[in-house]
Write a protein that binds this ligand. Sequence first.
Ligand code: SR1
Ligand code: MG
Length: 397
Amino acid sequence: MDLLDVESVPDYVASLPDLASRVGTVSQVREVGDGNLNLVFIVEGSAGSLVLKQSLPYVRTDPSWPMTRERSSREAYVLASHQAIDPAHVPGLLFYDETRYVLAIEDLSDHRVWRTVLNERTEATDDDELAAAALGEYIANVGFGTSVFGVGSAAHKQAVARAINPELCEITEDLVLTEPFVDHDHNVVHPSNEADVAELAGDPDVKHAAGRAKFAFMTRAESLLHGDLHTGSVFVRFGDDPSVRAFDSEFGFYGPLGFDLGMLWANYVLAAARAVAQGQDSRARRLLGLGRVTWGSFERTYRDRWPSRQDPRVYGDAVLESLLTQVWTDAVTYAGAEVARRVIGFAKVADIETLPEDQRVQAARRALRASRVLITHTLHGRPDPDVLADLTSEPLG
Ligand code: SR1
Ligand code: MG
């Protein structure tokens, strides 16, 4: 096995002239991977620093689960494509080693993972609105820029073929869009939340909406998505020189544009569920309002780009309006599914899991009820733009 470790990283860097000149003499290597899948090393040296990310052939948190290492190639492709369109909102890709599945990425150690920051907070702050707005810009920029509107027919078809990611898409199809709504070994909740899960999974509208969302995910190749855009996939640096970067795009593929928005909204809901459980009601309302902030900047950015679209002959303004309605509708539904799976399924979130037991049960209940509202919301008519306005006001049984 060619896996890197802290001892072998200095020789690896030295063997690659571009990386060696960027780092100089290696002084420190730290393995900092804390996700479900990969090894991540921060490499510091006399001339600078970088990050090496190497895929393992299995799920890091469950080594009995094999996982294709080709996901690194997919991440390199998505990162390079998004970097070409919106370099301000992704880390720089410095190099990709396709034989050892290693990405060399700009070191963003002066940033922090947004989820960690959110979980530490006790007070609302404008910083979170800043991050939410930046991500709306990112989703719109890359969503438009990789679509038929951005690149035209032939280039879009070639890119759809180039970016297929069947194994990781199947994980999302299973973990996000199927398992939370059926009986599955991955589903584990606190006994006090079992009735909440039964309420959600027992609603035929929930299963109907999940099925429609899964079908759209599997068939609608609209834009090159990040594919896993939760708050743990976002680096933030606040203060005088703010910066917001979406990283970890190994789940990227061409799919429905509303998916990335929905993943993000869901994680705002989870952060809000935590805040309510901690008695931070007004902060929770601000967190729920982040959905609208992200949508607002997404819509503004997308509308700004629309005049530059390819083939305006039939892609007129009426198409833009119905497209935006479709994206909103999809996003609300995907948000519902993502909330459910983060509470019920294999990949839970620290927002809920790190709470004391009684708060955890309350937060999970709140989140599952929000999930049901979100996922079924668009089944029977036009989506209500205020669906995310105040899920906190619902009393808990
Ligand atoms: C087996 S991978 C589980 C989850 O981790 C990733 O970050 C994705 O969210 C995936 O669903
Ligand atoms: Mg990840």
